[in-house]
Design a protein around this ligand. Structure first.
Ligand SMILES: NC(=O)c1ccc[n+]([C@@H]2O[C@H](COP(=O)([O-])OP(=O)(O)OC[C@H]3O[C@@H](n4cnc5c(N)ncnc54)[C@H](OP(=O)(O)O)[C@@H]3O)[C@@H](O)[C@H]2O)c1
Length: 342
């Protein structure tokens, strides 16, 4: 077969504020790949099916000299994030042609992966759509499921508060908290997002752009468990309305990702109410719990125990737009790029 086009989304420029499609990232079609003959060097050739678009990608759009928990993107090279793909050829003993693999993918239609480390062959006995494996059964789902279990210390009858509650992390947490018998308060940024959160059985749902978070928590709290996806004003309101010995699961701080950080005013409550703050990274939780997650969660999703919504862009050329949308809160559900079908 003659070489085929290999579209890629390249990192082009470190953004000052929000990442702009066509400026921060550029879609490039100049590369071709010979699928029959490209050297595998002991690795395997992958056709990308779906890619995940997550808020933390903004951290990787930085000067590589600045250290952080995940590797910085390199100018002129593809964006990298979790994906699912089909193995077209393999010289690796860990994977064979026809397998579906999950791991950190370059944003390209095809790529050769030399090392298997960090990759996983997905069995998918349940026949779930592959997109699910970058969402509720992928990194965001792992974050919600493993950190809730590890840190929430949830007791029936307590009250939880969840922000960014319609996203893949927040919506999963809402369902875990309800299953543990908690009263759940949740916020989201549009009425449409709030409708989805209500459909999960959440007790109190509000649009934080229309209703003040502090007023809702003063009426419906105090808060025993706060799942923080955003920091900023919501975190301050949760600190002010926390119960004694509350647990705060510090998952994310998206209000500060594209600007000047997320200042906190009400820290005094941390010692005054003896609040426990748990900061965590999913990558650490996965070190001991990945197999347990894959053994339990996909099967429960297939049974319909966990609901989710997806915001799918078809075609890699739209990935830069999708990246902007998640940073600006314009996604409705787990943001996914469908690069190809099988
Ligand atoms: N610690 C970890 O290991 C880990 C792992 C995965 C994710 N996370 C974090 O978990 C959080 C949720 O992730 P996700 O994948 O579920 O994201 P997501 O909900 O799909 O997308 C982010 C959402 O944040 C909300 N948001 C709130 N304030 C915002 C602001 N000022 N600007 C823009 N958006 C704002 C928006 O929803 P509204 O319209 O409802 O405001 C937006 O849709 C993120 O902070 C992420 O970084 C952490």
């Amino acid at each position: 077969m003659a070489p085929v086009k290999n579209g890629r989304l390249l990192f082009n420029e470190i953004p000052e504020g929000f990442p702009e499609p066509g400026k921060t990232t550029v879609y490039d079609e100049s590369e071709t790949i010979d699928l029959d003959n490209v050297p595998l060097k002991g690795g395997f050739l992958v056709k990308t099916l779906v890619l995940s678009n997550d808020p933390y990608l903004r951290f990787n759009m930085r000067d590589p000299k600045v250290e952080s928990y995940s590797e910085a993107f390199h100018i002129g090279k593809p964006i990298v994030n979790f994906g699912v793909g089909l193995v077209l050829r393999s010289e690796s003993k860990e994977v064979k042609k026809g397998d579906h693999v999950y791991g950190l993918f370059p944003f390209s239609e095809y790529f050769v992966q030399e090392k298997f480390d960090g990759f996983r062959v997905l069995e998918n006995k349940e026949g779930l759509p592959w997109s699910v494996y970058v969402g509720v059964a992928g990194m965001p789902g792992q974050t919600a499921f493993l950190a809730w279990k590890e840190f929430a210390q949830a007791k029936k009858g307590e009250t939880a508060f969840v922000t960014a509650a319609s996203g893949p992390v927040g919506s999963f947490v809402c369902q875990l908290a309800k299953a543990d018998g908690l009263k759940v308060i949740a916020s989201a940024g549009t009425d449409e997002k709030c409708d989805f959160v209500k459909s999960l059985g959440v007790d109190v749902v509000f649009n934080y752009k229309k209703t003040k978070t502090a007023d809702v928590l003063a009426k419906e709290g105090p808060v025993d468990v706060y799942w923080d996806n955003v920091a900023g004003e919501s975190l301050d309101a949760a600190l002010e309305n926390a119960a004694k010995h509350a647990r705060f699961l510090e998952c994310g701080a998206i209000t500060g990702y594209n600007g000047e950080g997320a200042p906190v005013k009400n820290m005094v409550n941390v010692f005054a109410k003896e609040i426990h703050l748990y900061g965590f990274l999913v990558f650490t939780l996965l070190e001991d719990h990945a197999d347990e997650f894959y053994a339990e969660v996909p099967a429960r999703i297939a049974k319909g125990e966990f609901k989710y919504i997806e915001d799918i862009k078809k075609g890699l050329k739209w990935a830069g737009h999708a990246i902007y949308e998640v940073q600006a809160g314009k996604n409705h559900g787990k943001s996914i790029i469908e690069v190809a079908t099988e």
